[in-house]
Design a binder for this molecule. Structure first.
Ligand code: EPU
Length: 417
């Protein structure tokens, strides 16, 4: 099993381009099921999760493949078998997003229940509630969700909590429902907005995405289109934190800076110097730094997917910080690993109290989820000696060639088989 070895202590400098957004790509790939014909997505990140979604689309009977280094092609004709098997859904929860498109286009779908995962229980009740409002009959059978409908009709869906994939799943189904659907308390994440734009290009009528009330007027048919995926705001934030944890000077390009504002605001509060253009950010160290309070929240709040990375950064900053996780109930697996690297962190419920400033020391570490692994790589960049991050497949789910990108900025980092 591959591992990443980081020798800490090098100051990172230079410019690096963010890949396309993983989470946007996964939703857009599910949306390709809504139309017959050939959809093409470009600026697609080369990731394990994208391979997983391609595999799922093929298992459903679609023609789905890489056609370039960063381009995928999906043809979802009439010959779809609307069953998403356990083995594929279990590996990647985003697979559950095929449910809405399948039931909307084929009137029936059978998708494995995703179950919990390392960062929490993560139920899908809101996805199902929304689909039921639209006229889907939902049956839970032997670990599978079976949905049937005689034809979807619009309705009022009020989500009980902010759910990104839930909003996306129901929005996709509503695009082909008869009449108007209103989604209240909808997620406002940029990936929801990008999906809405994609659906509209396919011929849908989705309005209000980016706000908490989305209106979808259903249409009879959608057509396959081409689309270029937006830059990954989480990868961009991770690369900025990588530069800053070494007190370096790093510019990240290829992103919509507005999507990154909650991260940039926290980095400024710490005392880092940021220069942001519309599609690039330069971040560097110049002046005194201080500990801060960070609490994750749905967009436009501070992203939970950037929690482990900022915690690693705060471990290197003199003073006291508190990081509170409000989106997932169990997203602190990086804490014991950071402690093994010498970090002074106390966990109390959903908050981690970080007393930063002492030098981290390299150690063998292991992570159980994607963003936690990224946090550990960052800690390794600042630590004295070698840090060996095991179970690299977690990182490969969401970061394309992270070691190459960091090396291009001067990091001493390598992958070992
Ligand atoms: N929730 C429910 N019921 C539901 C849906 C969600 O209780 O039906 C709860 C979840 O358990 C969680 C909270 O609501 O506590 C928010 O979950 P959400 O549904 O928003 O998460 P998601 O849509 O499954 C996406 C991203 C995650 C990211 C979250 C939050 C994708 C493929 N995944 O997940 O990304 O953390 O939104 O922003 O879009 C990652 O990339 O590392 C990652 C985990």
């Amino acid at each position: 099993m591959d591992r990443i070895v980081v020798q800490g202590g090098t100051r990172l400098e230079g410019e690096v381009r963010a890949s396309g957004s993983k989470n946007s790509t996964l939703a857009l790939m599910a949306a390709t099921l809504l139309a017959q014909g050939e959809s093409r997505l470009s600026n697609v990140p080369r990731l394990r999760d994208v391979d997983g979604m391609l595999e799922l689309l093929r298992a459903l009977g679609a023609n789905a493949e890489w056609v370039g280094p960063h381009e995928v092609r999906v043809v979802a004709g009439e010959e779809i078998n609307p069953e998403a098997p356990y083995d594929l859904v279990r590996k990647m929860r985003a697979s559950f997003m095929v449910l809405g498109p399948l039931v909307a286009r084929f009137g029936t779908a059978r998708v494995s229940e995703p179950g919990g995962c390392a960062i929490g229980v993560r139920p899908v009740d809101q996805h199902l509630k929304g689909l039921e409002v639209l006229g889907t009959k939902v049956n839970l059978d032997h670990g599978y969700v079976e949905c049937t409908t005689g034809g979807l009709r619009g309705g009022l869906v009020r989500f009980d909590m902010n759910t990104v994939n839930g909003t996306q799943n129901v929005m996709m189904a509503a695009a082909l429902a008869q009449g108007e659907t209103v989604l209240e308390n909808a997620a406002r994440e940029p990936e929801v907005v990008e999906l809405a734009e994609f659906l509209n290009r396919m011929g849908a009528d989705v309005r209000g995405a980016g706000g908490d009330r989305i209106t979808v007027r259903g249409v009879a048919e959608l057509r396959a289109v081409n689309h270029t995926v937006a830059g990954d705001r989480i990868e961009a934030g991770t690369l900025l934190c990588a530069g800053l944890i070494t007190r370096g000077d790093v510019t990240v390009t290829g992103i919509d800076t507005a999507d990154l504002e909650s991260t940039l605001e926290k980095l400024r509060q710490i005392g880092f110097l940021l220069e942001a253009g519309p599609d690039r950010v330069r971040a560097r160290h110049d002046g005194p730094l201080r500990g801060i309070l960070v609490a994750t929240a749905p967009f436009p709040g501070y992203a939970t997917d950037m929690q482990a990375q900022i915690m690693a950064l705060l471990c290197t900053i003199d003073g006291s910080s508190v990081v509170t996780e409000r989106v997932f109930e169990n997203r602190f697996m990086h804490v014991p690993e950071l402690q093994r690297m010498g970090a002074d962190i106390t966990l109390t419920g959903r908050s981690a109290h970080v007393r930063g400033g002492s030098r981290l020391s390299g150690a063998p570490v292991m992570a159980t989820d994607l963003r936690a692994s990224a946090g550990l790589v960052l800690a390794g960049l600042a630590a004295e000696g070698d840090t060996v991050v095991n179970r690299v497949y977690h990182i490969d789910r969401g970061y394309e060639r992270i070691e190459e990108k960091l090396r291009s900025l001067g990091a001493d980092i390598r992958r070992e088989a």
